[in-house]
Design a protein around this ligand. Sequence first.
Ligand SMILES: Cc1cc2nc3c(=O)[nH]c(=O)nc-3n(C[C@H](O)[C@H](O)[C@H](O)COP(=O)(O)OP(=O)(O)OC[C@H]3O[C@@H](n4cnc5c(N)ncnc54)[C@H](O)[C@@H]3O)c2cc1C
Length: 385
Amino acid sequence: MNFGLTEEQKMLQDTARKFAEKEIVPTMEEDLKNHTFRRETVKKMGDMGFFGCGIPEEYGGNGFGILESVLIAEQLAKVNASWRLPLNMQNIGPALTVNHFGTPEQKERFIPDWVSGDSLGYFAITEPNTGSDVASMKTTATDKGDHWEINGSKMWISQAPYGDWGLLYAFTDREKKYKGMTCFIINLKEMEGVTVREITTKMGLANSPTGEIAFDGANIPKDSVLGNVGDGFNICMWQLNNTRISCASGALGVAGASIEAAVNYANERTQFGQKIASFQMIKASIAEMVAEHEGAQLLVYRAAWLKDQGLPNQYETSLAKLVASESAVHCANEAMKILGSYGYSSEYPVERYLRDAKSFQVVEGTSNIQKLIISGVALGEAKNR
Ligand SMILES: Cc1cc2nc3c(=O)[nH]c(=O)nc-3n(C[C@H](O)[C@H](O)[C@H](O)COP(=O)(O)OP(=O)(O)OC[C@H]3O[C@@H](n4cnc5c(N)ncnc54)[C@H](O)[C@@H]3O)c2cc1C
C-alpha cells in the first residue's frame, strides 16, 4: 500500500492551483455576481491538457489516469466548484464513455475536440419527471429509416446552454425496458427541432451553465448511436459510475476550502479575550471536519485508483461519493458557524461553499441512491462491478 502522491501528481496539483489563481480568481468576484460562464476558460483548460485523463494519446490523452483528473478537479473546486464541472462534461463523461463504447471512427471524430475544449460537451439523462429512476425517462428516438427522430425533453443538463457535441439517452423501444434505451452522440447546435433554455434559478454553481433541452421531431443521422441500439442503460450506468467520482473530487475541494476558511478565521477572531480557536467546542468542530475530510479523501483517491487499475469499483465509488458529498455539506455548514455573522455574509466565501456543496448530494445519483448501491453490495444482493 502506498498512500503518497508521486512528485508528478504533486506537480499536477500545483499546476491546477496556479491555473485557478491565474484564470479563475482575477474575475471571480464579478463572475459570481453576474453568473458568468467563460467559454474561453474551458478552452484554456483544454490547452493545459486537463481533459485528457484516461484517454489514449492518439485522441489527445495526457498519459494520466482518473486519479489525476480527481486531483485537478479537487484543486479547481477548492477555488470555485463551478470550474470542476468542465472536467466531467468534457473528459470523464463524454470522452471517456465514447473511448470505451465508440467505434474507431467515433473516437477519432469526437474525442480530440472534447479533450482540446473545442467542442463543449454534456450528457443528457435527467428529465422533468425522471431523475433517480433513469429507466422511467420519456424521451424517445424513433427509427425513421434513414434517420432517428427525437422527441421529449431533458432537464438540469450541465453545459447544455452552450453545448456542441454531447451524449443523449433516449428510448428506442420502451417495451424492452432497460434493454430498450440507447445512447446517441448529438450536436445541439446542428439539429433542427431543438430548443435549449438556460436554467437561472440554481442556488449555487453560479459559473456553470445548466439547461433544459426540448426535442420536437429533431432529426439525427443513423450513425449517431454509441455502442449498440439497446445498450443505453448499461452505458449510462457505466458513465455515472465514472462521473460520480468527478463529483466526489469537487466535494473534496469544497470541504478543503471550508476547513481552510474556518481555521484561518478561528486563529484570528478574538472573543472573551482569547482566540476562538482556543475554545474546546471550536477545536472539536475543526477536528470533526478534518477527520471527515481526510477519510473522504482516502475513499475518493482509492476509488479513482481502482478505476485506473481496471478493478471493480462501483461500491468504492459510491462510498466515496456519499462520504465526500455529505462531508462537503457538513464542513461548509460548520465553517459558517465558526465565522458567525460573517459566515452568513457573501463578503466571505463560506456561504457559497455551502450553496455549492449542496449540489454534490444531488448530482450523479443522490446520497440515497449511493446508499442503495452500497447496501446492495454489503447485503450480498448485488455484485461489485
Ligand atoms: C447543478 C445540477 C447539475 C446537473 N447536471 C446534470 C447533467 O449534466 N446531466 C443530467 O442528466 N442530469 C443533471 N442533473 C440532474 C441530477 O442528476 C438529478 O437531479 C439527480 O439525479 C436527482 O434526480 P431528481 O432531482 O429528479 O430527484 P428524484 O429522483 O426525484 O429524487 C427526489 C428525492 O427522492 C429520493 N429518492 C428517489 N428514489 C429513491 C429510492 N429508490 N430510494 C430512496 N430515496 C429515493 C432522492 O434521493 C431525493 O431525495 C443536474 C442537477 C443539478 C442540480
